[in-house]
Write a protein that binds this ligand. Structure first.
Ligand code: 5AD
Ligand code: FES
Length: 359
């Protein structure tokens, strides 16, 4: 085996190299984090960009076996935020110079839904003098819908592959055409052809998942040449089918630690992409997202969802910030970021450097 120091200085990584990175413990782990931090600084600088997250509806036609707002979970009270509520959250983002918002929802594809999102995009652009950047995270749609939304003002799209291993994907989704790995891949390709900056990602610590799967996930992200990545620990939810396997999981702390190593390894592998500090990190460790920012991540998504709706958007247990706006208090945000040594990119879109270079 090559010395770990040497491995860290590489610019290309084999599956075995990635496995070594993901296995790092103790001093090696610290060095991996140090290296990821310096690769980030060298390639994209020290800024953190905000994306105000608006979870505007939890109505979902799908039934992913891990997700708390899956269609079959009857305990969830379904909501749809009004246009006024959504626009109010956008105005907050704009006035506080967040630069961008992310509109996220359960997955629907009815013409009414497609039209509604379209109209919202135009209204958001209008209210912010075209200044707010808009990322969508509304699941798999037809190429035509993606195109329409792009034309109406969305320019980034998040659609996680969840796992790049088709067999594992099958185990965490119902077996039907509606939850098909190939369809998900196609959607990612369609998004790219439309001109979006495309973000994807995986859950870390899923039942049945191996470290080899995670190394392959990293290679998948590289091979797909994605512009942005959001990935975080899998967290069990008691009202979902995957909860059956809760006793087979790694501890939450182990999943958290692995998620941080995944972020650091990805930064070495893809030095100029945007990497989000996932909210799920914060469900395990109150300073989880800040930790990710110090070791390679550069995007933070403060939650702007109207408070009354938050408890109904529980994708996993212990989702943070259920009933507080402190998250959004500028002083608190600034204080927390300051501890990471990063600077806030106020009022900037913070587009993926990787994407810009391709253009
Ligand atoms: N644990 C962690 N992440 C989850 N997501 C959904 N359910 C869970 C869970 N139980 C993530 C998925 C999805 C994103 C919106 O939230 O990766 O793409
Ligand atoms: Fe809604 Fe997976 S349960 S998209």
């Amino acid at each position: 085996m090559k010395p770990f120091q040497e491995l860290l200085l590489q610019t290309d990584f084999s599956r075995n190299d990635l496995l070594s990175l993901l296995a790092a413990e103790g001093d090696d782990r610290q060095q991996l984090f140090q290296r990821a931090k310096s690769v980030k600084l060298q390639n994209i600088g020290n800024k953190v960009y905000f994306r105000g997250l608006i979870e505007f509806s939890n109505i979902c036609a799908k039934d992913c076996l891990y997700c708390g707002i899956r269609k079959s979970n009857e305990k969830v009270v379904r909501y749809e935020a009004s246009d006024d509520e959504i626009l109010e959250a956008c105005r907050f983002a704009w006035q506080n110079r967040f630069g961008s918002v992310v509109l996220q929802s359960g997955e629907l594809s009815s013409p009414t839904f497609v039209k509604r999102v379209d109209a919202l995009l135009r209204k958001i652009k209008n209210l912010s003098d075209n200044e707010l950047g808009i990322t969508l995270s509304c699941g798999e749609q037809t190429a035509e819908t993606y195109r329409q939304w792009f034309e109406s003002g969305a320019h980034r799209y998040l659609l996680r592959i969840e796992s790049s291993n088709p067999e594992l994907y099958r185990k965490i989704h119902p077996e039907n055409d509606f939850h098909n790995f190939g369809r998900r891949l196609q959607a990612l390709k369609d998004l790219k052809s439309c001109g979006y900056q495309v973000g994807t990602g995986v859950m870390i610590g899923l039942p049945f998942q191996t470290t080899e799967d995670l190394a392959n996930d990293l290679l998948f992200l590289k091979q797909m040449d994605v512009d942005m990545v959001g990935m975080g620990p899998y967290i069990e939810h008691e009202d979902t089918p995957l909860y059956t396997f809760r006793n087979d999981l790694k501890t939450k702390q182990q999943r958290f630690d692995m998620a941080l190593k995944m972020v650091a390894a990805l930064r070495l592998l893809m030095p100029d992409i945007n990497i989000a500090a996932a909210t799920a990190l914060q469900a395990i460790d109150p300073a989880g997202r800040e930790k990710a920012l110090t070791i390679g991540a550069n995007i933070l998504m403060p939650n702007l969802t109207p408070c009354d709706y938050r408890k109904e958007y529980q994708l996993y247990e212990d989702k943070p910030c259920l009933d507080e706006d402190a998250e959004l208090c500028r002083n608190c945000l600034e204080a927390r970021i300051e501890l990471t040594g990063c600077e806030i990119g106020y009022g900037e879109w913070g587009d993926s450097k990787h994407f810009m270079k391709k253009k």
